[in-house]
Design a protein around this ligand. Sequence first.
Ligand code: 5AD
Ligand code: SF4
Length: 444
Amino acid sequence: MKKYYIKTFGCQMNVYDSHRVAGILQSLGWSEAATLKQADLVIFNTCHIREKATEKLFSDLGRVYLLKQERAIEGKKTVIGVLGCVVQAEDEQIAKRAPYVDFALGPLTYYRLPEILEKIARKSGDTIIETDFPAESKFDFLPQNKSEGGCSYLAIQEGCNNFCTYCVVPYTRGIETSRPIEDVLAEAKKLVAEGTLEINLLGQNVNSYHGEDKNGKERDLAYLLRKLDEIDGLKRIRYTTSYPADVTDDLIRCHAEITKLMPYLHLPIQSGSDAVLRAMNRRHDVAKYLDVIYRLKEANPEIGFSSDFIVGFPGESDKDFEDTLNLVDKVKFIQAFSFKYSRRPGTPAAVMPNQVEEKVKEKRLEILQNKLFDYQLKFNQQTVGKTVEVLFEGKGRHAGQLTGRTPYMQNLYAKADKGLLNKIIRVKVEEATMNSLSGTIVEG
Ligand code: 5AD
Ligand code: SF4
């Protein structure tokens, strides 16, 4: 049996795509390699959102090329493939900088993998590159999604029409498309029948979801959430990533009415300064964002928020940065991701004047992260002494330990029998750090 190895960079959508690629390969009779060295096919699923990710890819490719040469001496063939957003943005660069790559497929064309592998088996030669935005939906061609255990991702929407001035996603993932309601429900029911207890709905702009129902009528995310709520055996629902300006009143009502909806929402703001938000082409200001936050809190007082931040966007002044810090103090995010602005070729912000110096970006990131980490630690510490429900997803760092997620996406470690894997179990929290909790299973 031939073996594959997939390395995934970037966001949850990439993790999901890699899972679907593994599904394609398994349907063709491949199995997963335990180590890179054993792999007859090595695939990198790439991210283009920030500069570092792209450079990392080329250094990883160089290392796999050496491996390919070593294996060739042993008479073994190694196929190297690149998938994902870097391919969409840098297809020619890949062929030029890494000509030993056998194929490169964009995030919307990887469903063509079976025919590509056949072509390569017949004759190896130039890098095969496919980066068109196909008219058909990849979801119509993929083998059925398989449950990943207790917790599964389900892509319902892809692409983005927002064109934030710093972001490559509209260029790499294309314009927004939504999967039909019935397809999503069928996939969700299959996942649950196979043991999934928690579904995380994915989309670059998930709350702009507008899939057609049986009658061709467009339905929104709130409608879909209510339909998912009806699935027996499904215990937890999440959705990510949301765009603040597209949070509807009905979606807010869902957070009051659907108990399966976890009390945690990732709602990126990027900056706490209206001037910077305008320059970023965000369709919301700070007041609008806070209004959404307060209304969600009203709907479910238990809800906690996470966010994304960019520091050092072109033209960001000390005062703009201070406004971001003030916003953090207002919302008290329980988790957050923060990045230095990274100039992406082809995006409007890359050619804006007043680019911020690297040193200033570094300083601001450090200050912001210290504040964000502080709130995250405080939130985790408040959990100590409480009993929380944990969905165990994997083995912990130490023998006899399992790790899982609380409703707030906190990582929790506990001494637990393997039999509790993929189950929701009550755990009393005993210790908290910024990144994780630990506790003891409560009997019964
Ligand atoms: N530079 C830095 N961070 C970026 N993001 C997107 N584009 C850039 C960029 N050019 C961040 C945003 C987004 C997250 C997924 O990545 O915060 O929400
Ligand atoms: Fe990128 Fe903005 Fe779309 Fe998010 S909303 S994917 S940041 S363009």
